[in-house]
Structure formats: structure tokens, C-alpha cells
Ligand binder design. Structure first.
Ligand code: AMP
Length: 218
């Protein structure tokens, strides 16, 4: 892959995290998930988490300067010197402009942007059906990839949990935030000829295989 920086764009539930994890293994560069970093800060009761918690639970975006600070910080670490994968960032035009400037400052060149297109009924099932094991982190979906025993982890038998923001009200607001604030980024990157469209309705391993092949020659 020529581009050193890969961005996964898509609505909540489009599969950005899953595909970013696969691409990270495939290309040997780290995955940076602003949502994961924020959730960890909330769980550890760090000041960053306290500031972000209410917004996240309501399904609203955390302020640009907070997430831009997280990304700048994470990218400064040595494991990012050969590139990295962004999952859940940028989400606003202001974040995309910040990222352009940061990549130029760091001499990292233009990113390659993968847009995962997913139909809204699939998105809803992915979000409402998502369950995670709080012990080993394995992710399930009660519709698409259920555990063998209802609501229990296959690996360690722990009761599965839903993300705090995977409830109906929060999901609706996250989808609204996506439409209003993040969807404009598709045109932003299309105009800069950096956009790669992908059918995200397919099974995750099929998408991952397809992408690995295509990105290798991008
Ligand atoms: P995610 O795990 O990517 O779905 O993110 C979960 C939540 O974290 C979002 O609903 C936002 O509240 C917050 N968040 C994550 N990334 C960003 C970002 N780039 N800009 C603003 N808020 C973010």
C-alpha cells in the first residue's frame, strides 16, 4: 500500500472498527480508534473521560479540539512513524482540515479514505444487536454472529454487555450526528480524489479480503 495513512469513514455500525482491526494486521500499522480511547478514559475516570462521558452517552460528538488533541498525541508515538489507521476520525470537516494540516506537518502525505456504505436497516441491526464480552473483549451480534449460549461469551462464559451508547435514543442521535456532521466528509474526500467506496453490507471477512487486495495496489 502506497498511502501511509488509511481512514475508515462510515456511519455508526458500518463496521469501521472491525475493518480497521483487519487492515491493521494486514499492513502492520497501528489502529487508532478515538471512540475506544474515549471509552477507556471514561472507564478509568480520567479527566478526558469525565469531559466526554455525557456527550458520548447522549450520542453527540465530543468537541473537535478534544479529539484532535487525542489524535495528535497518539500519532506522536513511535509506532505511528510508518503510518496508521484512523477509525472514527475525522467526523467533522474541522477535524478533516486539522488532519490535512497534521499530515503535512509530519510529512505523511495524502491519506487513503475508505467509505463503508451500509444500508440503514443493516446499520440498525448491527448497533442494536452488538454485544461485547467485558472480560476478553470479543464482539458478538445477536442477529449476525450470536454466541453459542444466549448472552454469554463463548470464550469465558461471562455475561455479555451492550455499549452504553447502543440504546435506542442514543443510536438515533448518533445516526443524526453522522448525517449532519460526518456525511459531508464523503464529498470532501471525493473532491480531493482520495475516496475509495466499498460495499459494507457484505460479511466482514469478505469485505476485509476484498479491501486487502484493492488497497495493496492503491
Ligand atoms: P465510536 O466508537 O467511533 O462509535 O465513537 C463513540 C462515541 O465517541 C461517539 O458517538 C462520539 O461521542 C465520540 N467520538 C468518537 N470519535 C469522535 C470524533 N472523531 N469526534 C467527535 N466525537 C467522537
Amino acid at each position: 500500500m502506497r498511502a501511509q495513512v488509511l481512514i475508515f469513514l462510515g456511519a455508526p455500525g458500518a463496521g469501521k472498527g472491525t475493518q480497521a482491526t483487519e487492515a491493521s494486521k494486514e499492513f502492520g500499522i497501528p489502529q487508532i480508534s478515538t471512540g475506544e480511547i474515549l471509552r477507556e478514559a471514561v472507564a478509568r475516570r480520567m479527566p478526558l473521560g469525565l469531559a466526554a462521558k455525557a456527550k458520548m452517552e447522549q450520542g453527540e460528538l465530543v468537541p473537535d479540539e478534544v479529539v484532535c488533541g487525542i489524535v495528535e498525541d497518539r500519532v506522536s508515538r513511535t509506532d505511528c512513524r510508518n503510518g496508521f489507521i484512523l477509525d472514527g476520525f475525522p467526523r467533522t470537516v474541522a477535524q478533516a482540515v486539522f488532519l490535512d494540516d497534521m499530515l503535512e506537518r509530519r510529512g505523511l502525505g495524502k491519506p487513503l479514505v475508505v467509505n463503508l456504505q451500509v444500508e440503514s436497516d443493516v446499520l440498525l441491526k448491527r448497533l442494536t444487536g452488538r454485544r461485547t464480552c467485558p472480560v476478553c473483549g470479543k464482539i458478538y451480534n445477536i442477529y449476525f454472529s450470536p454466541p453459542r449460549q444466549d448472552e454469554l461469551c463463548d470464550v469465558d462464559g461471562t455475561p455479555l454487555q451492550s455499549r452504553a451508547d447502543d440504546n435506542e435514543g442514543s443510536i438515533r442521535r448518533r445516526l443524526e450526528a453522522y448525517e449532519r456532521q460526518t456525511r459531508p466528509l464523503i464529498d470532501y474526500y471525493r473532491e480531493r480524489t482520495l475516496l475509495h467506496e466499498t460495499d459494507g453490507n457484505r460479511e466482514p471477512p469478505v469485505i476485509a479480503r476484498d479491501l486487502a487486495g484493492e488497497l495493496r495496489y492503491s
